[in-house]
Design a protein around this ligand. Structure first.
Ligand SMILES: [Zn+2]
Length: 209
């Protein structure tokens, strides 16, 4: 069989349109985009893994604040009611509301947290110069696969709509969980932008995962 004119290791495929590119060495902070569809193929950011891990850990810690501290406070005359995400899910945990309650818990807490923990599991040992843990690649693939299903931003839009609608009925104020949640949306968006998937996969390859 005739050998290929280029080494396969020097080629990179666009994840969106499958166009084949030859890899080039990038200067620091430069990015390589697909010639056909503009998808980012490579980003040269040597310290990105530390930043990505720091952001993922921040978001995971903020998530515990979201679950257990008050999200909203409603006040109408003498009546005051505070609710955390945990209370809300528990309140609707029986009868016809159960599927909705389950869907909310999964999409705003369970899936985003799973993504964060899977990423931390896969890359934290590498950051400290250790070899990869078992199933590190499976773990990172899971984090990537779940991305479209983690819908924190959409929940935030829903909360904003509810705030506007309820504001005529009662005095509303937001609690620590609300601000933590807003911070998570920003932190996760920043993390996803900083992440160069290609570099992370090749990092796992080099670590023998
Ligand atoms: Zn492309």
């Amino acid at each position: 069989m005739a050998s290929l004119p280029v080494d396969l290791e020097d080629l990179i495929v666009c994840s969106k349109c499958d166009l084949l590119h030859r890899k080039a060495t990038l200067s620091v902070a430069a990015r390589a985009k697909c010639a056909r569809c503009g998808t980012v193929l490579l980003v040269s950011r040597p310290r990105a893994i530390g930043q990505v891990l720091a952001l993922a850990l921040t978001a995971a810690v903020l998530m515990t604040v979201v679950v257990f501290t008050p999200f909203l406070q409603l006040q109408s005359g003498q009546f005051v009611s505070r609710a955390s995400v945990f209370d809300t899910v528990m309140t609707f945990s029986e009868g016809i509301m159960l599927p909705l309650s389950f869907a909310v818990a999964v999409s705003i807490v369970v899936l985003p947290l799973t993504r964060l923990l899977a990423l931390i599991y896969a890359f934290l040992p590498l950051f400290f110069g250790r070899s990869a843990l078992p199933y590190a690649k499976v773990s990172f693939a899971l984090a990537e696969r779940l991305r479209p299903w983690a819908m924190a931003e959409i929940f935030m839009v829903g909360v904003a709509v509810a705030l506007v609608k309820l504001s005529s009925l009662a005095t509303l104020s937001v609690g620590p969980a609300f601000w933590s949640f807003a911070a998570i949306v920003l932190v996760v968006a920043l993390k996803d932008t900083l992440m160069c998937r290609y570099s992370l996969w090749s990092l796992l390859d080099r670590a023998g995962a």
